[in-house]
Design a protein. Sequence first.
Length: 335
Amino acid sequence: MSIKNNDKLIVGVIGLGVGAIHLVNCLKFKFCKVKYICDRDKKKLSFFKNKFKIKNTTKNFYDIVNDDEINVVIIASNDQDHSYQIIESLKKNKHVFVEKPMCLTLKEFKDIIKIKKNKPNLRLSSNLILRNHPFFKKLIKNKKKLKKTYFLEGDYNYGRLEKLTKGWRGKIKNYSVILGGGIHLLDLILKIKNKKVKEVFTTGNKIITQNLKKIPKDFALSILKFEDNSIAKISSNFSSSTDHHHIFNLYSENTSFFYKRDKSEQFFREIKKKPNITVKYNYNNNDKSEILLNFFETIINQKKKAIISEDDLFYLMKISLMLVESHKKNKIIKL
């Protein structure tokens, strides 16, 4: 589906949890028109319809997909619905912006790749929001200056265990804390490291939720080895008795970075030649629309560089699913 520079993007938003943030951002963009909102919750639909004067509301995803005027679909539904909603949207020639994870199984992943190959002019991207954090943005931009990065580690501390024990996440057969959280840190590590992964291993436990038999494991620890023998570690910690936050550390020959709670520290090996650097960041929801805006811009102008390329997204999903597979089988998987 081609979009001319003077055309509006006609958007359908599916899911009004996180999707409500996307809805608000779409309404700010002058080249967007939100035609439809979709959610299973009638109260949410009524609230957002009245608040933003949205004419069309539905509980049925297919009302959006089958609307020929809509050319962009934003998917923020429950995780188990992402893959089929992506596939049906692509079949109907819609550009797709989806919350992570794109899918939950290798079969779903292969099905998405298959349909996307037949739709090369359609844009598909995901809301990997930490890419736009000023610390990670700068680190990605300057990654070539890093010499011999030998270890990276990221911790995804969810701090919202009730969403696993009482919400829809704990009811999903294939739900994984790696796909639901750790994937954000994995995305950053893959982008900064910029090397192929040659083997992975994941282990985990559910000590905190052991009395809830049907709940998936709430903690996972993943190890990745890259083609240059450097190593990364990612913890996906849904059971943490903390607030929601991320930790990221990087070690290389010439410098090391430590990031926690919007504060970063950089240390240099030649300490006498260069002082250590500490930076504090003010990062909030007002800064979180750039990934979506960039996605829209790549539709309007196909020469515009995507913050999250399709290659990045597909490789991230491949490695994420290998981590999940290793977790299930409790063994090292070589790629």
